[in-house]
Design a protein around this ligand. Sequence first.
Ligand code: NG6
Ligand code: CA
Length: 511
Amino acid sequence: MLSILKNAGSTCLIGSAIGGILISCGSNAQKNKPNRKPNVIVVLADDLGYGDVSGYGAKAIRTPNIDRLIDQGLRFTCGYASSATSTPSRYALMTGLYPWRNKNARILPGDAPLIITPDMETLPRLFQKAGYVTGAVGKWHLGLGTGSIDWNGHIAPGPREIGYDYSYIMAATNDRVPCVYVENNHVDNLDGNDPIKVSYVQNFEGEPTGKDNPGLLKMHPSHGHDQSIVNGVSRIGFMHGGKSALWVDETMAEVFSSRVKSFIDKQGDQPFFLYYGLHQPHVPRIPSENFAGESGLGPRGDAILEADWCVGELLDYLEAKGLIENTVIIFTSDNGPVVDDGYKDDAVEKLGDHKPAGTLRGGKYSLFDGGTRVPFVVQWRGAVTPGVSDAMVCQMDFYNSFARFTGQNTDSGKDSQDVLDAFLGKSGTGRTELVQEAQGKLAYRQDEWAYIPSYEGAAFSQWTNTDLGNSPEEQLYNLDSNIGETENLAKSNPSKLEELKKRFEEITRNR
Ligand code: NG6
Ligand code: CA
């Protein structure tokens, strides 16, 4: 395999073979390190929508650091998460498999077992095989252990057992217990005299809940989220003990950011792959005081500013270390946006004209495109020409694409596709079809067409007010002429409907 990548600033010669890739870039920063393999970083925001970034057209909010990535990178207009919620979406990203093939790939509680088994081929393993050091920092939400976890002991299997040499994570989400950080196989900062207990079934004696003690809360739930109280916020699930290990929401961005930097710093001349799961703007939205009140959109907007700051910290650090040219940085989101996701945080009241999903219909939890089409940027200053790409790509495609990137077998038998040329801006063509998942239901995109089978259930979620996509009628939309999915063509174009339906059923038959 031999290919030449050219752009205005540099010329890169990539010659790859099983077991290694040779990179030689003519840019200044690389002159001293001609043979170093490019690092790869995937930054995955949590619930950030297609319309939440100024580089994607948002007017009510400015995201200067994500825009820096966009200005010097390739902005995808058709970049997808595989699912409209976190766990299945992350499962696809890490494994290259459709999440709906695994019945356990659904929103997990914080004490759920790991749903990726250590015998599976994963994205970080792929990088390990190519000689990379791998790290996972931030939101995990793929489960830990095999059953009942002893949070006070050796927690395994987890990120390490599926391919990450280093990990510093929150187990699930920032609204779920246990509200502690797990470093490799242990809870960080835990005092052995104050053990942690976790349950999603019953409370522990003496522990106040948000439900019974609203006076103890600094942020109140709008639905759910009324169990154990940590840092003045009631969460999903019950926990007891572990006081010294509890996270403080206001410093979470700083904590993860500093771990990202120390991971990068430790690698020296060793190439690395880093998965960086931002916790923003997922609920509870409690950014540091530097961002509180800054966006004018309430805590949701403030949390987006903080996410943007995290990206800025990363870029500045890579620049300072002379690594920015030789690092592929991908920025994307695990699913579409949601406004009220369970706390009374003014997100609805202060939304104004801001449209978190931009021109798309639906958002988190939805079968419409707003559920899965997300911001998606690839920057590689050493090799990718900045611009805009309309190629359809999915996070699930990282597996096969980075297989070729690292000179490995791309015929993995996975649902992942090799769209490396699209990621690197060498081709305007990505995948032609994608099955999207939202809370166990499936939709199908092929070229410019979107098909949603008939589904029972409420059209709108009464909790989050999401336009879910359920309808007794089958739905067919042409996204080229009607990106907002308002004009159902199922009746006027029955042959296209049949064509898509047939293919959709063929792919999903053996669910
Ligand atoms: C839902 C939570 C929501 C969020 C979501 C997972 C309630 C009422 N709602 O069950 O707040 O945590 O799960 O979000 O509990 S995700 O982005 O991690 O998929
Ligand atoms: Ca999410």
